[in-house]
Design a protein around this ligand. Sequence first.
Ligand code: G3I
Length: 387
Amino acid sequence: MRRSMRSLLVAAATASLVLPLCGVTAASAAPPGFSNADKSALRNQAPIDLAIGSAVWGKQQLVGYDPADPTEYQQVLGAQFSSLTPENDMKWDALRPAPDVYDFASADALVAYAQANHQQVRGHTLLWHSQNPAWVTEASTTWTCDEARTVLEDHIRTVVGHFKGQIYEWDVANEIFQDTWDNGGVRLRTEANPFLKACSDDPVGLLVDAFRWAHEADPDAVLFLNDYNAEGVNEKTDAYYALAQEMLVAGAPLGGFGAQGHLSLQYGFDTSMQENFERFAALGLQVAVTEADVRIPLLAGETGPTPEQVATQAERYDGMLQACLNVKACSSFTVWGFPDANSWVPDVFPGEGWATILEDDYSPKPAFDVMLRSLRDATPGTSPRKG
Ligand code: G3I
């Protein structure tokens, strides 16, 4: 039987506030009305060294936030999560409407909400082949590498500098490798990514500098490579592993590897996820699950997910969470938004959906309950995780 939305909102008034900052654990004063007594908040059950996050689109959900009169969504977001990732607000198309214009309005609103709710922020993202504004796409057709570097350096220094001290992890480079099924197989996206394309003679050199610029702008932020289809040990993560080694040898301030965790019940679960995280951790990197969701394909004759599908979804979420809990270097576990009504999935995968951990009335799905239980079990007594 479903627990009510009310039970999650009770959690809103009672979530604990102990925040790991920049890899260092630090206690934070609780806001009025909050205590650590409630047991139904993910953030309240998590190990002290693991941030539990959600994506949120600040422009749609947080602009105009009034702490004295939050929406139900805002209450649940604050109650359940200790970390937020801007789903769209820190992408180029949001921040750079024109070459000489930076618009931080919705990203600033997100950061302000996070601070009011004692949450950390994961920055997303500084170098990606998607959601670039038209002026980038147009200009990039004639860019020399030097011209591309100048534009990217200005963007990274300005954006990371703007949020200096307010972001604990940055997805510096997002989805920079192709997949096995793409033309040319697994290799750096030196065609689709306008910056890597302009610098295709030495794309790794550009990546090393991108991380360096970000580090110089905010030395405390942990800087990540991030991608999908990057959960288990596979050809793509082998390429990332080699790249990470190459970047570290070159002196890049690379600090983390993020597996997005966009799964579908059409496919099985890759049980090598923990092993994959362990090999990146052995390089001295943090690891993270950065965009977890588990989409469900509608079966013939069904109008919604079957109970079996819902149970399997919970297992998949838990599989990813366990891989993270079992590797101490796993610093954050982020779900890619909630509830289902806010999910990107149906727009992109017709016939699939129900991908998040909360129903549209914010009542918890089995996936939520399993995650809550696993977080609790990982921290017998109190905070530091076992093992
Ligand atoms: O730009 C317009 C905006 O002006 C307008 O207000 C709005 C009205 O709906 O539409 C805006 O475009 C949307 C855009 O996000 C915002 O820039 C698109 O419709 C929407 O489809 C687009 O989707 C996002 C998608 O990335 C785009 O690539 C999703 O919300 C977001 O969840 C998704 O996130 C990505 C991660 O960043 C990287 N990993 C994969 C993940 C899922 O695709």
